[in-house]
Unconditional design. Structure first.
Length: 130
């Protein structure tokens, strides 16, 4: 057997053994890291004080309002539920239309300005672009 062939054979065997040993060591190191990084879960018992029924119902009334009296508006259940919700709600929209503070004249001038000429100029410029 020639020396170069023997040398290549020894290098190949050593390389395989090193790969095998490194894989085995890396695997054990990964397992050790996983065991160290696992979080421990600690359960705590919290004692809660019960809320009295009258406080619970009054809070529900404050949030949800008084008990809803459902009426039969339609034979369709979904439409009937929707109509009942609408009938129970506050439909006074006039109070939201009147502003509480007067609008400054500068703002009203901008809002009420006639923008037709500006829009024509923009459209004209758009048509001339390539």
């Amino acid at each position: 057997m020639k020396a170069t062939v023997f040398e290549k054979l020894i290098r190949k065997v050593v390389r395989e053994e090193i790969d095998y040993a490194l894989r085995r060591e890396i695997k054990t190191l990964k397992e050790d890291l996983r065991d160290e990084l696992k979080p421990t879960i600690v359960e705590q018992q919290i004692q809660r004080t019960p809320v009295p029924q009258n406080v619970q119902s009054s809070l529900k009334e404050k949030i949800m309002g008084k008990k809803i009296i459902s009426q039969q508006f339609s034979s369709n259940n979904t439409l009937n539920d929707l109509l009942n919700e609408t009938a129970q709600g506050n439909t006074n929209t006039e109070s939201t239309l009147i502003p509480e503070t007067p609008i400054p004249t500068e703002v009203s001038n901008v809002v009420n300005k006639d923008y037709r000429e500006l829009m024509r100029a923009i459209d004209k410029r758009k048509n001339h672009r390539p």
